[in-house]
Structures are given as C-alpha cells and as structure tokens.
Design a protein around this ligand. Sequence first.
Ligand code: AP5
Ligand code: MG
Ligand code: ZN
Length: 215
Amino acid sequence: MKLILLGPPGAGKGTQAKMLTERFGIPQISTGDILRAAVKAGTPLGQQAKACMDAGTLVPDAVVVGIVRDRLQEADCQAGFILDGFPRTVPQAEALDATLAGLGKELDAVLSLEVDVEALVERLTGRRTCRECGRGYHVKFDPPRQAGICDACGGELFQRDDDQETTIRKRLEVYQAQTAPLADHYQKHDLLTRVDGMQEIGSVQQQLLAALRAA
Ligand code: AP5
Ligand code: MG
Ligand code: ZN
C-alpha cells in the first residue's frame, strides 16, 4: 500500500502513521523526522535545514525531494510506504509523481486529516516525544503513565523546539499558503479522501482504515 498522510502541523500524521506501519508492516517516511535526525547528527543537511525548521518555514524543495527519491528506492519500500509530511508544496507533489512513474509505482490513496486551527495549537503545545524510541504523547490527550517518561521504553520525553506558540502559528500559516493547495492536486487525480481528524485517536484510526478499504 502506497499512501500519503496529508494534514496541517499537529493533525496527527505521525501518530496515525505509526499505527498504520505496525498494522501493515510498511515504513513511515517522515521528512520531519529525517531532517530532525540530520540536525541532531550535525550533518551538512542538518546544518542547512536547521534555520528553516526553527523559523517554521519549509526546507527547499530540492533538498527534500532528493531525500524522498533516495528513500523510496530502499528495499523496505517495495511493498509500500506511508509518506508523512511530504509532499508539502505543488513542486514536491509533481516531483513525487515523476519519481513514482520512474519506479513504475502508483499511489493508492491520499488521506487528509482535517482539524481546526485552535485544536492544532493545543495539540502541538502539549505534545511530548520520547528521546529514545520516538513515540509521541500529549500531556492531556495521550499522557504517559508517569509524567516525562515513555511507557514503551522508559526514555525521557522532550518538547520539540518548533512547538512554541509563535513558531506553531508560523507553521500553520505556511501550511495554508503552500501545502493546503495539494488537496486540489490529489483531488484531480481522484486520490483524495478527507477524514475528520477532530475525533479521538482511535476513532481517527478507524476512519483511516475504512477509507483504505474503500480506496
Ligand atoms: P514535521 O515534523 O513534518 O512537522 P509538521 O508537519 O508541522 O507536523 P507535526 O509533526 O507537528 O504534526 P503531526 O501531524 O505529525 O502530529 P502528531 O501526530 O505528532 O516538519 C517539521 C519541519 O521540518 C517543517 O516545519 C519544515 O521546516 C521541515 N520539513 C518537513 N518536511 C518538509 C517538506 N516536505 N518540505 C519542506 N520542509 C519540510 O500529533 C500532534 C499531537 O497531538 C501529539 O501530542 C499527539 O499525541 C496529539 N494527537 C494526535 N492525534 C490526536 C487526536 N486525534 N486527538 C487529540 N490529540 C491528538
Ligand atoms: Mg509529525
Ligand atoms: Zn520511548
């Protein structure tokens, strides 16, 4: 299964992608996670990406397009993949179309998580992530059993640098201007399904599975 999870910052792309990877045994490809790993490792890619990420703006198309093109050719993507946070601009979507055509592959579905702006801000300001295994939590909506500690591995939970309210609002603006138009692109290709992302995590998951059965 080859799918894209579309949606604004905080819509639940990462949360839902992790559940879908476990269920279908296909990898989650999160450009945000790849870029954050590069920043942490201090690679040239990370040095280039850091300023954009801290400002809440997008890393240049050519950079992320190259990352995804290489990643899609790895062996674990043969049976399918879940793209999370890519594409984010019309040129990225067009580059993805060309890459997939070159590999003889076609997308099965583009699932768009729809969530109100104020709910997004609340989700992002309360998000916590495990430093060791990457599992996501929310202080109110999906709290760990013990504050600050990962249920799965005992790792320390941290708050992302870009989850401060001013940066969050900038990311939401950038999303409206540059990423929201992608819904049209995929609607034209008859691939888009909109899902009500305002429901609780488990019921969003059920809606996604139903949309995939229908795709
Ligand atoms: P990225 O890491 O992709 O961030 P994002 O798109 O802003 O999305 P988030 O990861 O913030 O949100 P999410 O939808 O994954 O939500 P989550 O599941 O965690 O990108 C970061 C930066 O990298 C960008 O700003 C840019 O600079 C750069 N970048 C990345 N990709 C790029 C690209 N393609 N091109 C250019 N630049 C790129 O959930 C959020 C919180 O809500 C969690 O706490 C969770 O527990 C909670 N939650 C989830 N679902 C629910 C629910 N149903 N009800 C209540 N709470 C919920
Ligand atoms: Mg994410
Ligand atoms: Zn953990």
